[in-house]
Design a binder for this molecule. Sequence first.
Ligand code: GAR
Length: 222
Amino acid sequence: MPEQFPVVILISGGGSNLQAIIDAAQTDDLAIDIRAVISNVPEVHGLARAQKAGIPTEVIKHTDFTCREDFDAALQTAIDGYQPKLVILAGFMRLLSDDFVNHYRGRMLNIHPSLLPDFKGLNTHQRALEAYRAGTLTQHGGSVHFVTPDLDGGPVILRASVPVKDDDSPESLAARVLVREHQIYPLVIRWFAEGRLSLKDNQAIFDGQPLKQTLSFDDLAL
Ligand code: GAR
């Protein structure tokens, strides 16, 4: 059996994306070794999901540190102890310092609940709904991107869209988007683990070519 690609996953919450990655890793679809799941919030459901799958977990509470840099340094030491080739942010809700991000440059991915570059930052579903009601948006979705110091602004690799509906609430929209997130994240992780995806000079490279246009899950012939 080929050696599995080592990753560490960071979470802050329920971990449904983590579960999608765990599920894919338990099939032939995704040959990764999830060496650890680290949460900055204790007792979140994502930790239970990891434990159920037999994955080591750690909690590093940001509230135990007086400044962001100290928290990030402790997090970096913990991550590097597992020697991952990829760090996966899966609902990790902390801003990260430039030093931390640059340490993992080209080997850290994030999933964001919007069709980037729309709606960087927080409350994406509420903002998408407001745009829909203002008549300036019909589609919402999720995006997987490389993490760079530009918050939610690193090169976007793959997006998947959902329609917005008249009777949507932020919660119903979030649930629809999550279904698509669970499809796109394991796929992008697989591309990275297979060596098909990399970052060079702030440009995503896919199958040896600069990714000039963000890929759309709906357009992929899978
Ligand atoms: C997901 O929608 C993810 O895109 C979002 O948090 C949710 C986590 O859900 N991430 C961010 O907003 C990052 N800024 P999950 O814990 O069920 O995977």
